[in-house]
Design a protein around this ligand. Sequence first.
Ligand SMILES: [Fe+2]
Ligand SMILES: [Fe+2]
Length: 189
Amino acid sequence: MNFLLNPQFRRIFCLMVRQNFSKECEDALNKQINMELKACHAYLAMAYHFDRSDVATTGLFNFFKQASLEERHHAELIMEYMNKRGGQIILSSVPEPKASYVSAKEALIEALNMEKEVNESLLDVHATGAKVNDPNLCDFIETHFLQEQVDGLKILADFIRQLERAECDLGVYLFDKYLLNAHMHNKAK
Ligand SMILES: [Fe+2]
Ligand SMILES: [Fe+2]
């Protein structure tokens, strides 16, 4: 008999790895995984809006597509961590993102607000880890997420200000060219 096919045995096997990992932390991480996937979906919708032939801003397309891939990577990083800690991953449905944007500035403002929401949720995960004395979880969040969020917020805020200065068709065209070499954690040179 293959014991790994027995669900009860598999559960016990999973619990063997579990140590100092509370249900509270497990729930907070599941919430975070779904938040990262929601951001991945929203950035993907933004990217392909800017790829439309009547919009055609390649720099914004590249920027948001790369941001979407990064959010997917964040979700998978947490999923990998959940399995290391012996938690149960629970994925929920992802809300439908906005289908189109009136301007690049509108999309960047939405991205900034979304990143603030993600950051707030990460800080909640960290606070939960600290409350139940789970230094490994706090270290994981600090190492992989917190600084990246702060960097991302600064870049998005800078882009919004630069767009405000360039608010005309030519300005948006030039801004888009500038974005061709930029991504969420690295400004164009
Ligand atoms: Fe993220
Ligand atoms: Fe992000």
